[in-house]
Design a protein around this ligand. Structure first.
Ligand code: NAP
Length: 249
């Protein structure tokens, strides 16, 4: 049987990279999208191939409409239509009170986290939908528990973008269910990745983790397990759903 093609946006680092490795172990042919960190993405690909898996990397900025269109064209041309999609690409900005932030920052965050996710879902529909000649598929959008608690005094704009991802995913899931496509959301809590350094506090997970019910931060691999379950047929009756991976947060 041919390996199903899985596209992971933001697959070169953090949660996306852990998902890529686990997916390759489970038999997917993984396309790892990255924005600028080519060496990290190439290393993940090399690790997967060294372990006997199938992987490729592809540069594209998902906040750019034209680049997303070209990325999907390249995938179709080189490897065929995708069967699975994980939207993991995401950005935040320096911790700040919302009243001290500017519209260009909100737009930058929404452009990647919300519009990038939405456009990738629309492109994936063309590959997967039974009504378009596809064979169905599964999509997992990586949101955040920030959508629930709002990230006050840190990044309310980021939290709002993840709220939009939640609402979009629910509506899209219900629209495409009859077309053989399942759409679900994973909402991580505090996970050890470089994202917190981008917010200006590299040690954030160590600071907050001990106060959580499970008394620690999470590992990207623990999020990847939930993502892979939602991609697999083991979750065949789940769509429009949410799995919180936040240590009880
Ligand atoms: P990360 O380690 O900072 O990785 C983010 C990835 O997204 C990088 O590979 C980056 O690529 C890529 N990316 C960013 N903007 C992009 C764009 N415009 N186009 C294409 N790729 C882009 O972050 P992470 O923690 O793994 O985050 C993954 C997802 O989990 C995000 O959606 C994030 O919001 C969510 N999340 C994370 C946590 C956490 O505690 N870490 C908690 C809740 C939710 P380059 O490196 O090439 O720029």
């Amino acid at each position: 049987m041919e390996s199903p093609i899985l596209l992971i946006t933001g697959g070169g680092r953090g949660i996306g990279a852990a998902t890529a490795k686990l997916a390759a172990q489970q038999g997917y042919q993984v396309v790892i999208n990255y924005r600028k960190d080519a060496s990290s993405a190439e290393k993940i690909v090399a690790d997967i191939i060294a372990s006997g898996g199938l992987a490729h990397c592809l540069q594209a900025d998902v906040s750019d409409v034209k680049q997303v269109t070209e990325m999907f064209s390249t995938i179709r041309r080189n490897w065929g239509p995708i069967k699975a999609l994980v939207n993991s690409a995401g950005v935040l900005d320096q911790q700040a009170r919302f009243v001290d932030t500017q519209p260009d920052r909100w737009q930058r965050i929404f452009q990647t986290n919300v519009f990038g996710t939405m456009q990738c879902c629309q492109e994936a529909f063309q590959d997967m939908a039974v009504s378009c000649g596809g064979q169905g598929g599964a999509i997992v959008n990586v949101s955040s528990l920030a959508s629930v608690y709002g990230s006050p005094n840190e990044y309310v704009d980021y939290a709002a973008s993840k709220g939009a991802v939640d609402s979009f995913s629910k509506g899209f899931a219900l629209e495409v269910a009859g077309d053989g496509i399942r759409v679900n959301v994973v909402r991580p809590g505090l996970i050890y990745t470089d994202m917190h350094a981008d917010g200006g506090e590299a040690g954030r997970v160590d600071r907050i983790g001990p106060n959580l019910p499970l008394q620690r931060g999470g590992q990207p691999e623990e999020v990847a397990e939930a993502i892979l379950w939602l991609l697999s047929d083991k979750s065949s009756y789940s769509t429009g759903g949410f799995i919180d991976v936040g240590g009880g947060r």
